[in-house]
Design a binder for this molecule. Structure first.
Ligand SMILES: [Zn+2]
Length: 700
């Protein structure tokens, strides 16, 4: 099925991971232990080859990466090449993430180039002065022997300012601009003056001290075994192909293959509806290109005694030319039921020290409303409109229209820019016979207050944590310098120094360590609580929406396009919006996304209205006045004051049905009701009960 991607209300796809069994690494599955070891060994070797000591001076190039990769593949011969490639891809991603963190640290350092050091207590002063005198200096990033004046900091602040302007102008992230300037200093290509250069070099030195290579070394857990879990996404190159001729194309090949196997499983599990059926279905070809020694047709019983496996997928052995490893994959009738309309996408193995977990990803696509029926999309007469207010309040309105929505008008209106949207709303009003069947306003203030409470606690904890870490770092540097070791050398708890004062410091360091860990854990708990709040609040909202859609048999949900910003990019207004968005925990976008996913999952069509001026009109009376909104109140000269968000919800709902206010057309855009002339929009509340008789039952 092909889809038209140019549409504004482009369908989305939801992906869910389903556990399809866990097996012990014995018998046929024993080689997976070897795969796990080789997987991590290979990754370590790759990281060693790709790692550069200083990404600021020596950025990793594609050429260097390809060379390292080739060298690594030769060194790792004896390990299945395909697994090696999958592992290598992950290493490249991990290293890129390390570099991003390093560059962020550099940019952050320069942004706060005049940051102050924590003051040193009197009783330590002599000791600190003798061993790490720079701790006595007021500034964190200013090295010894450098005396900055305000003008030096100004030079550095200008670099940051320039980078911020670049970002506001849509020319990439500010951090990139800052790093580029720092690189020029580090490589000697440019100079901002002796003192600013010295500060840049100091920030660079401190960031380098914290730059660490991704670590794939064994982690011995509580049980005394290596706890690492290898997460391997299976692709077509490591799965034995059941019918190669049928599958074409790169990534689609994997999807096609996995889909075929899992779809077969779903059908079996769904049809059987019982676990009693011990039949094992082969969907993969046991004698595929991996030369499995098992004979075709002989049922494979995984880990003797367990007979609920429904299919076996042959996966390549970690060592070339060895028999394939049969991985049992099973899907319960419950999952088959729930994911009946979903599409199997990919399989992932999670190999731990003792077991392997098999996970399948399922995706569900939205209904293609444009092609729902041979006559075109189903007609839309009744909609649920949503306005998401800036204060996290949601206003909903159920509207009904006499005429079905005109798809062409809607398509045109969806693509409106700011000027067109203004023209549309200022010349039009709701059509005659628009009925407001229901209105609801959900106050988000309690939610916002709870979120703000957590935010405040997190901010407090963060400054506390920074303080503890700064203290620990100072102690560490003091001890290391006294012992003639590098500043950042690891401090062992058992390695107690001999000097009495150093012993005191050492003890202090290890008293602070559990404190720091406790605070970090507390902060993490607050973050988890915020995520939970967000999930339950937005879940509650979208359930409510779905319930209204069902209660009133709405044909679609209409909402604002939240990807638009009202100001032009780079303008003051836009910067303000960007900031508001950041402190709003990106809640609007998060909500729109999760609501869209839910609506899509339940096959409800979603229409998206341009977000310009939606709270500047009273479409019932044909009033357009951007200045009529004051905070939460919209004042209409005809119908009086109303809640601005509730009013906006009606504007959004009626958007595609608006018709011209005056008989003579003043716009080239015509909606179907234009030809019928104007009429007075009347809401059910204003009109009274008589005309609404059919809907009275719904409220009763
Ligand atoms: Zn009005």
């Amino acid at each position: 099925m092909t889809r038209d991607h140019s549409r504004t209300d482009q369908p989305k796809r939801e992906i869910r991971m389903i556990a399809c069994g866990e097996e012990r690494l014995i018998g046929d599955l024993a080689p997976l232990s070897d795969l796990r070891t080789r997987w991590f060994d290979g990754k370590r070797a790759m990281a060693d080859l790709l790692w550069v000591e200083d990404p600021l001076i020596e950025p990793t190039t594609k050429k260097a990466m390809a060379a390292a990769s080739a060298e690594w593949q030769i060194a790792q011969s004896g390990f299945n090449k395909i697994y090696l490639q999958i592992a290598g891809r992950q290493v490249i991603d991990n290293i890129a993430a390390c570099h991003v963190a390093f560059f962020r640290r550099l940019a952050g350092g320069l942004r706060f180039c005049d940051a102050k050091n924590a003051p040193v207590k009197d009783k330590w002063r002599a000791f600190v002065a003798a061993r790490c005198p720079e701790r006595l200096r007021p500034w964190r990033w200013v090295p010894e022997g450098v005396e900055p004046i305000e003008a030096d900091f100004d030079v550095l602040r200008k670099i940051v300012e320039k980078a911020d302007q670049r970002e506001a102008g849509g020319k990439g992230e500010a951090a990139d601009g800052i790093v580029a300037a720092m690189r020029k200093v580090a490589t000697g290509a440019t100079s901002f003056g002796a003192v600013p250069d010295a500060i840049i070099r100091e920030i660079h030195r401190m960031a380098l001290a914290r730059l660490g290579k991704p670590d794939y070394a064994a982690v011995v857990g509580a049980k005394g075994v290596d706890d690492r879990i290898a997460q391997i996404h299976l692709d077509f190159r490591v799965i034995a192909l059941p019918a190669p001729a049928k599958i074409i194309g790169g990534p689609k090949k994997t999807q096609g293959l996995v889909r075929e196997v899992l779809d077969g499983l779903m059908a079996t599990a769904g049809a059987g509806r019982t676990h009693a059926d011990p039949k094992v279905v082969y969907l993969g070809e046991p004698q595929g290109r991996n030369q499995s020694r098992r004979t075709h047709g002989v049922p494979y019983v995984p880990n003797a005694g367990r007979i609920d496996a429904k299919a076996v997928i042959d996966v390549s052995h970690p060592i070339p030319r060895q028999p394939a490893i049969p991985i049992p994959v099973r899907i319960t009738p419950g999952v088959a039921d729930r994911f009946q309309e979903a599409e199997a996408r990919c399989l992932t193995l999670e190999i731990g020290p003792e077991t392997v977990k098999i996970l399948a990803a399922f995706a569900k696509e939205t209904v293609d409303f444009q092609k729902a029926t041979p006559e075109g999309p189903a007609p839309i007469r009744r909609v649920l409109a949503r306005d998401y207010g800036l204060t996290n309040t949601v206003s909903l309105a159920v509207l009904e229209f006499a005429e079905a929505m005109d798809e062409e008008t809607a398509k045109t209106a969806m693509a409106f820019d700011k000027t067109e949207a203004k023209g549309w709303l200022s010349t039009r009003q709701a059509p005659a016979g628009m009925k407001i069947l229901h209105q609801e306003h959900i106050d988000g203030r309690a939610f916002v207050a709870a979120m703000e409470g957590h935010e405040k606690d997190i901010a407090e904890l963060s400054s506390h944590i920074d303080g503890v870490f700064a203290k620990m770092h100072a102690i560490k540097v003091c001890i290391n310098r006294a012992l003639h070791r590098p500043d950042e050398a690891f401090l062992g708890e058992k390695a107690v120094p001999e000097d009495a004062f150093l012993i005191h410091l050492h003890e202090k360091f290890f008293r602070l360590l559990p404190e720091a860990r406790r605070l970090v854990a507390q902060r993490k708990a607050h973050r988890a609580a915020m995520a939970g709040l967000k999930r339950s609040w937005f879940g509650h909202l979208s359930n409510l929406e779905l319930a209204l859609v069902r209660k009133f048999s709405c044909d679609a949900v209409v909402r604002e396009d939240l990807s638009y910003t009202t100001g032009a990019k780079g303008s003051k207004e836009w910067l303000g919006k960007a900031m508001a968005k950041k402190i709003n925990w990106t809640a609007r976008g998060f909500y729109a996304r999760s609501a869209s996913e839910k609506l899509a999952w339940h096959g409800v069509r979603e229409l998206v209205v341009p977000s310009f001026y939606t709270s500047s009109a009273c479409v019932k009376d044909g009033v357009f006045s951007p200045k009529s909104r004051k905070g939460e109140v919209f004042s209409c000269p005809v119908c009086g004051k109303s809640h601005a968000d509730e009013n906006a919800a009606i504007t959004i709902g009626a958007y595609f049905w608006l018709c011209l206010k005056t008989p003579e057309p003043s716009s080239s855009l015509e909606s179907p009701c234009d030809k019928r002339g104007r009429g007075n929009a009347v809401s059910s509340q204003e009109e009274g009960g008589s005309a609404d008789a059919p809907y009275e039952a719904m409220f009763g």
